[in-house]
Design a protein around this ligand. Structure first.
Ligand SMILES: C[S@@+](CC[C@H](N)C(=O)[O-])C[C@H]1O[C@@H](n2cnc3c(N)ncnc32)[C@H](O)[C@@H]1O
Length: 239
């Protein structure tokens, strides 16, 4: 059998965090461990650079710059965005949605009450709030099947006023082996030990993104697919 990380097809094995209901403490511990990996791998940097580019051309008269983070988990990306915006003097209104109610509780517990961030429990496909200037996601699209990923691209394209940004893993043997080792040696949460290498196997290669974008047939300039250090692919589009 060809291991999923080096096969041409994405794995369709469901991650434990999507499949197995668990107590709040377990889910929160899992999200905290993912946030530690995000911090150690500087995972939010491409999203922050992209937002900074949008902020440079933001008209101050338009009010707060609204960002939606889909599948926000622990909320660490939104807290990083809030810190960067404060440093740049940009007023932001940040919303995170996650289908798992434990995510909202864990993210709220980790967020200062004065931060311009609100968390909601929602399935993105049933979520109809907005409009948003920018829609971002991190480590999220690999949770979707190909048809859902195409629907997600169209959904963002229809809803984002200024643009959208996807930040997710690259399916490759190096991150697969690295993350399997690190999560075991670091004795991370059992969900993370199982799901982190599986996430890589469920993730995308350049050809996958090209095929999904071709199927989505989005209007306007073609989105840009870019490899980022520590094995991520980011897909960006601005209106
Ligand atoms: C691996 S976590 C990523 C968390 C965070 N964005 C990060 O970068 O660490 C993926 C999150 O997506 C959420 N999720 C999965 N399907 C979803 C859906 N249809 N709508 C909203 N959230 C979803 C899961 O509950 C989970 O918290």
């Amino acid at each position: 059998m060809i291991p999923a990380y080096c096969s041409n097809a994405r794995s369709n094995v469901v991650e434990l965090m999507d499949a197995e209901p668990c107590p709040y403490e377990e889910f929160a511990a899992c999200l905290r461990d993912i946030a530690r990996i995000n911090a150690a791998t500087n995972a939010h940097a491409p999203t922050l650079w992209w937002l900074e580019r949008l902020w440079r051309t933001q008209d101050a008269g338009n009010g707060a710059f609204r960002v939606l983070d889909v599948g926000c988990g622990y909320g660490d990306a939104l807290r990083a965005i809030a810190r960067r915006a404060a440093r740049r003097g940009v007023v932001v209104d940040l919303v995170g949605i996650d289908i798992n109610p434990w995510a909202k509780r864990a993210a709220e517990a980790a967020t200062a009450p004065e931060a311009p961030i609100r968390y909601e429990t929602a399935d993105l496909f049933a979520y109809d709030d907005g409009p948003y200037d920018a829609i971002v996601s991190s480590l999220f699209t690999h949770h979707l099947g190909d048809d859902e990923a195409v629907a997600f691209l169209r959904w963002m394209h229809a809803k984002a006023r200024r643009g959208w940004f996807v930040n997710d893993l690259h399916r490759h043997v190096v991150p697969f082996a690295f993350i399997a080792l690190v999560t075991r040696v670091g004795r991370l949460h059992r969900f993370v030990r199982n799901d982190a290498p599986l996430s890589v196997a469920r993730a995308f290669r350049r050809a996958d993104w090209d095929a999904l974008l071709a199927r989505a047939a989005l209007a306007g300039a073609p989105p840009r697919v870019r490899w980022e250090p520590l094995f991520r692919y980011c897909v960006a589009w601005e209106r």
